[in-house]
Structures are given as C-alpha cells and as structure tokens.
Write a protein that binds this ligand. Sequence first.
Ligand SMILES: Cc1ncc(COP(=O)(O)O)c(C=O)c1O
Length: 389
Amino acid sequence: MIERLESRLKEIKEKGNYRQIRYIKPQSATRIIYESRQCLNLCSNSYLSLHTHPEIIEAAKEAIETYGVGTCSSRSVSGSIDLYRRLEEEAAAYKRYRRGLIFSNGYLANIGIISTLTERGDVIFSDELNHSSLIHSMRLTKAKKVIYRHRDINDLEDKIKKDKSKGKRFLVTETIFSMDGDIAPLKDIYELKKRYDLNVIIDDAHGTGVFGEKGTGIEEMFGLSGEMDVHMATFGKALGSYGAFALGSDTVIEYLINRARTFMYTTALPPATIASSMKALEIVKKDYSFKKLLWENIGYFRKGLTEAGFNLGDSEGPIIPIVVGEDKKTVKMQEMLLDMGIFLQAIRPPTVPEGTSRLRLTIVKGFTRDDMDYAISCLIKAGREIGLI
Ligand SMILES: Cc1ncc(COP(=O)(O)O)c(C=O)c1O
C-alpha cells in the first residue's frame, strides 16, 4: 500500500495540488500569526466574528464548570442533558421549523440525513457543485442519483420529467454554494417541489446568520422559512461555534433519532459547544448589528474588487471566489499574498472542478476599512502580477 500511496502523493505534488496543514496562532477575530508573522485572515467562515465574543466564551466556561468537558457517549446510550433539547428548540424556532436534531457537525448531519431518508427505488436530484459531504452522503444510499447542471432549473426540470424511478423523489442542494458564493434558485426549486412532489433537503451552512432580514438564512431571504422538508445548518460558521442541526417535521426528526447512524453511534458534542451555540443564537436573534456591519463590509470589499477589475462571478454575500484556473498559478498568487501578510488558501481540485482553482476570500464583520483597503491593494498587486486583472 505504502508504495502506491507514495506514487499518488508524487502525482499530487507534480500537479501543484499538494496540501499541507499550515499551523497558525489566532490573535483576534481577524488576525493570526503564521510563521512568526502577523497576517490578516481572509479565509475565516466566522462571518459575524462571533468565535471570540466574550459572552460566548463565558457561556462555554460555565458549561464546563457545570457539566464537565465531555459527554463521553451518544445521547441514545447514556441519556442527554437538557441543554441539547433546548438548543434544538431554539434552532427550530429560529428557522421556523417544527423540530430539530443536533448532529456533531455538518458533514455527519448530511450523511445521516441523506443516507437515512432515501431508499432503493428513490431518486435524488443533486446540483453538480454540491458540497463534498452531500456527494459523500449520496454514495451511502441505494437511491439513484441524478446530477443537474449548477443552479440550472431547466436542466433540473428536464431530468425530473425524464426520470422513471418508482420511489420517492428528493432534491439536494446547498443554499449558498461554499466555494462559489452563488445562491441556489430556491423559489424555482420550491415551485418544482410542489409540481413534482419533490422532498427538498437543503444545506444552509453558509447562509445561516448572514442572509435574510433577521439573518436566519437563505430561506428567509426568499420568503420560504420553514418550507422545505429537511433543513441542515451548522453552528460552526457564522455562529462561531461547532456542530450542526437538522430541522423538519416531528416524523422526520423521530426517524433520524431512530435510524441515522451518524447520530446514534457517535459521542454527543461537549456541553461547552452546545452552550456556545445557544449563546450565539441568543445574540444573533436579538442583535442585528453584527449582520448589519458584516453587510457593510461585504458592500465595501466587493466594490473595491469589482472596480479593480476582478471577476466575482455570480457570488453574493461574504464568499468571494477569485478564480485563477491553473493550480500552480493559484498557489503562486496565494504565496505572493502571504508575503504581504494576507492569509488565505488556494482551493484546488477535488474541492473544485479541474481548471477552476481559486482563492476563496471571505469577508467578516470584524474587518476595519483599513483592513479591507490593505487587502484590496494586495489583491490588486498580486492579481496584476499573475495577469489576472
Ligand atoms: C456547504 C457545507 N455543508 C456542510 C459542511 C460541513 O460542515 P461541518 O464543518 O460542520 O462538518 C460544510 C463545511 O465545512 C459546508 O461548507
């Protein structure tokens, strides 16, 4: 085996696609130390900069003192402290669903939801750019998979019409795509749901806390809160904590509790994590100023990049893909930015399709105007150097 792995790793290196973990020391919500140097973090998913919020840190400390650091078993095996149920109720109310179930993270939630709710004879329609956890989930079900072109509602409808499966029909999509920052046509999907009796499963990992008047996510933005069959969202991005939840009807949640292996057979999240998520939810429910400041930054940063000639594709909101194309060129741009004190990652295949390697920038509430002016000037310098603008 080792020989084979070595030869595969060599191929990965030759393609400029080799990944190494870069060790950092967080300094603040927006600054990290990397290789003894302070950098501006341009790749955090903590969109509301909540992961360093003092009230959330305090809530986590209190939970540790009350409950200890770990649960050490699954909730079905050794009982569950009440915090979990309260957080599930809060999360369901926040997004206007009947019921919720906490999973250890979004990856496990997606696997649990899709592999449990779909069966042989069913069909799943899936956007071609869906997140790896959704793709992986579909490999664990006997249902048929039909991939439709990215956000292409006509292609989706054609494929629904042509499909002859006898079982239930499912549709799986991210609401805002994590690598492209563009938004699924949820209104049209909802129309198709009614027309073709689709069971819609959405992943709002990057929409939660950011989109909609109240910041509850992309459904709210479309006036569709609580309207899908299963809604998955995470605590680990804008809410600054960790973990995920599935939302749906009583029946869906009861079924997941009884059959989702990634819920049943894994240790429950530590109480401090649940308490952090509770506090983060409480904050974003009553204080919209975090979201307001984030959107001011989004407007400012996007304007600066657009005026400089960058193509931001169809992205909206805090995720900005700067598509470079070649892996090696993308890494070069990343390194040039690092030299200027900007920390971000080159995103390459298999995370994104071949030939679309990119820098994935994220905008957060904690940036100052000076931070953003500096970041934009560095991006312009590096972008010119590699001939992107
Ligand atoms: C769209 C999407 N879904 C699911 C996940 C997985 O969530 P988690 O990091 O909580 O496992 C992520 C990110 O990591 C994501 O971007």
